[in-house]
Write a protein that binds this ligand. Structure first.
Ligand code: F1P
Length: 357
């Protein structure tokens, strides 16, 4: 009888997604702890192996995380780094890896640790003896978790929903902590434990505005602008808008937007800018020009934006803060469109394939 009543209770759409978004700062704390505990192992791996370049890889959200990670790594460690889709490493390895003689560190990112292309890319990388592997996953017992020379596992980031939110941010914080540890940016690394509190405060402060934007169905297209280490994050925000709300959206590097895509700006277009400290004026100029064309502009930054984090954290510690407000915006837009963000159309949480050998 009780099961019957329980099964009849309507599942409220988006329940899991909302819970995962607002709880994510807890998973960020675990990510920092995990990396700090493995920092010496990571330093030894980097020092001992004479790597000439780093390749970050993953699929979907995890590929976009790889793009953000590679830019951060290259900016702080001055060692060549690239983000490559795992599917490309599987199908076109020669186009992805440098000459086979170069020592490469492969960093493989996967929430599930079971995505076929990512696991296969690591297996083939090992067979080709290209170098060593760091794996980053929310499932410490996954296939991928067992393939790394060093594993950074953040189980607190695991989630029910298909679209990554808490998982992505937890793995991104782990990557941030890893780069800061290897770059010996001690002061910024030591500031990371304050990140979860800043995230909680931002979620609370930002919710009314992003709910208003999410529920404004007069907007029919979204453009996410981000440069340097923020471009990969703009790609991830873009994917949330697609996965959760079935809305046409695209990410661009800030200055690139003028070179054609801005032709699409109308008064039903949202242009969301991930403003940096270093190039705030240049980037804000792009947003102002788009507002003059009639676009609806939303800026995010540490300060001086529509959504200002005011975290007080050093620049290298706070890039993850761009994500929670935009995850919430996609959540509210999905509900306003009568969709269930917990179960995006056409998608599954993990893509499993039979890849040709
Ligand atoms: C990768 C992924 C997600 C995507 C969707 C399907 O999963 O492609 O990025 O948003 O949920 O799976 P994983 O390798 O990170 O588990």
């Amino acid at each position: 009888m009780e099961e019957e009543i329980h099964s009849k209770m309507e599942r409220v759409p988006g329940t899991a997604t909302y819970a995962e978004i607002v709880s994510q700062p807890t998973a960020w704390a675990e990510a920092v702890d995990v990396v700090v505990a493995r920092a010496e192992e990571l330093r030894q791996l980097l020092d001992a192996s004479g790597f000439e370049e780093v390749v970050f890889t993953g699929c979907g959200s995890s590929y976009y995380l790889s793009l953000a990670a590679a830019a951060l790594w290259q900016e702080l460690l001055a060692l060549p780094a690239r983000g490559v889709p795992a599917g490309e490493l599987c199908l076109y390895p020669a186009a992805s890896y440098p000459a086979s003689t170069r020592r490469t560190l492969l960093v493989a990112v996967s929430r599930s640790g079971t995505t076929t292309e990512t696991v296969t890319a690591v297996q083939r990388f090992r067979q080709g003896r290209h170098g060593d592997v760091v794996t980053i996953s929310n499932d410490p017992h996954s296939v991928l978790a067992g393939l790394g020379d060093v594993l950074l596992a953040i189980p607190a980031g695991q989630e029910e929903s298909v679209a990554q939110t808490r998982s992505f941010a937890s793995m991104y914080v782990a990557v941030t902590a890893m780069v800061l540890a290897l770059a010996e940016e001690a002061a910024t690394l030591e500031a990371l434990p304050a990140l979860p509190e800043a995230g909680q405060a931002l979620l609370k402060a930002a919710e009314p505005l992003v709910r208003q934007w999410g529920e404004d169905l007069g907007l029919d297209r979204f453009y996410f602008l981000g440069s340097g280490p923020r471009y990969g994050l703009a790609c991830e925000a873009n994917l949330k808008m697609k996965e959760m709300t079935l809305t046409h959206s695209e990410p661009f590097h800030f200055l690139e937007f003028r070179h054609g895509p801005m032709s699409m700006v109308t008064n039903s277009a949202a242009i969301v800018g991930f403003l940096s400290d270093a190039h705030y004026q240049e980037e804000m100029r792009v947003l102002r020009e788009m507002a003059e064309l009639g676009g609806r502009v939303l800026s995010l930054a540490e300060d001086g934006a529509d959504l200002s984090f005011r975290s007080g954290l050093p620049r290298g510690a706070r890039n993850v803060l761009y994500l929670p407000p935009l995850q919430l915006m996609a959540y509210y837009r999905a509900l306003a469109k009568g969709l269930d963000p917990d179960r995006p159309q056409n998608l599954s949480a993990v893509v499993s394939l039979d890849l040709a050998p």
